[in-house]
Design a protein around this ligand. Sequence first.
Ligand code: GDP
Ligand code: MG
Length: 159
Amino acid sequence: ARSDEGGWTGVNERTFIAVKPDGVQRRLLGEIVRRFEKRGFKLVAVKLVKASEELLREHYWQLRNKPFYSTLISYMSSGPVVAMVWQGLDVVKTARKMLGETNPADSLPGTIRGDFCVEVGKNVIHGSDSVESAQKEIALWFRQSELHRWESSTKTWIY
Ligand code: GDP
Ligand code: MG
């Protein structure tokens, strides 16, 4: 149910996913989108963006004191990223499972990071780590008017 602005939970839960610059440059976008579609999630927003350092500093504010922070900001601003919002039952947690671990070396085959990368500093994709982070990240990357509400004509007989 919709609790408040952006406050979707349960079946209408939303998460923020970004294909990072290496993922875009390696033409992994279609493969990644395909996995989310086939899992059964609904795309409610998508855009190709060259993120500003200001936006990235806000996005990664919790990591501001980490030794890799400046490397992370320059990596993320090195080229366009594909910012997306996906919606569906437990999408935040499920998407994190689909991504794999932060370090690709710890990510199982079958996960996005486990299948497509080897280095923590070039790990292809971002996914929100909690419903609360998802709400903040969606509000940071998207205007309300960019979030689309639509229903599948097959809704009544599939789910
Ligand atoms: P995530 O939620 O799995 O993306 O991981 P974190 O929120 O902990 O870190 C954010 C991002 O920072 C990761 O996805 C990596 O791109 C990067 N990162 C995390 N740890 C390291 C590290 O030890 N070295 C480098 N170079 N980048 C890192
Ligand atoms: Mg994180």
